[in-house]
Design a protein around this ligand. Structure first.
Ligand code: URA
Ligand code: URA
Length: 258
């Protein structure tokens, strides 16, 4: 068993990612937080809050917890923080033994669009943030250059929160142990649309064996949320000619999320 200090360190490290993103959202005054009808109200609220200055990222490491002098967390951000603390130093499956950092998820707790990948890779395992390696750069380009949104406006997470060794596919017992946390994340965020990145995320969410080539290009239902499966960014890096199809999928997402 890890001691309490180690456990606290890991919780604080997960909290850091959230707080940094919250700060980014608050500092981006006037930028649309979402395209939903209430977005005007939301950005006004953010503007009002942004007058309480948020510390520089480096100092956030030592001053993690929201205090009356920092930003007021939104209800959803508090619910996600509670979920992180419930997950704790997770050893519910064997990936707990081999991971470096648990990769919970990152972005806007009130996002209208959530991207779900498979599981952390090497870079994500080291940094504790999803989609920060090469595939992550492509996903970030899709969001920023393609969708004209900021990465901080959407939410990004994975089916499993810990890296499978050698990037193998997560095994059924690992998915069983972890899927409840994805379900809770989606219950809190209540996005309009989930973009399922790649075969694994799409098949897991939609409980199907159909290949991604047959699933992509149309919306599916997941507990009342519209799911658009598309190719995984890692697959697009190996098969750049498929980017056209992913862009078609993303355009359908944009048309629906207006
Ligand atoms: N691939 C994934 O599926 N998720 C990540 O976070 C990174 C790469
Ligand atoms: N295989 C995958 O795992 N993902 C894709 O997007 C395509 C093929």
């Amino acid at each position: 068993m890890k001691d309490i200090h180690q456990e606290l360190k890991e919780v604080v490290s997960s909290l850091k990612g959230h707080l940094v993103y919250q700060r980014d959202i608050l500092l981006a005054e006037g930028a649309p937080i979402s395209k939903s009808p209430e977005s005007g109200v939301r950005s006004q609220e953010k503007k009002a809050q942004s007058s309480s200055l948020i510390p520089h990222p480096s100092s956030l490491i030592d001053s993690q917890l929201p205090t009356p002098n920092s930003q007021l967390p939104t209800p959803n951000s508090q619910l996600l923080l509670k979920l992180i603390s419930d997950i704790g130093d997770c050893q519910r499956c064997k990936l707990g033994k081999t991971r470096t950092k648990l990769v919970f998820g990152v972005g806007n707790p009130d996002a209208r669009i959530v991207f779900v990948g498979e599981g952390p890779g090497k870079d994500e395992d080291i940094q504790g943030e999803p989609f920060v390696g090469k595939a992550g750069q492509l996903l970030t380009d899709i969001i920023s250059k393609g969708m004209k949104m900021r990465r901080e406006e959407v939410y990004i997470c994975n089916v499993v929160k810990c890296r499978p060794p050698e990037n193998r596919n997560p095994e059924p017992d690992e998915v069983d142990a972890c899927e409840g946390f994805l379900i809770k994340q989606l219950e809190v965020i209540k996005p309009e649309i989930v973009v399922a990145l790649g075969t694994f995320a799409a098949q897991t969410l939609l409980k199907t064996d159909l290949p991604i080539s047959e699933l992509r290009g149309r919306f599916h239902d997941y507990k009342g949320i519209q799911v658009m499966p598309t190719f995984h960014p890692s697959y697009l890096l190996r098969n750049p000619e498929k980017k056209k199809e992913t862009w078609e999928d993303i355009k359908m997402v944009l048309a629906r999320s207006g």
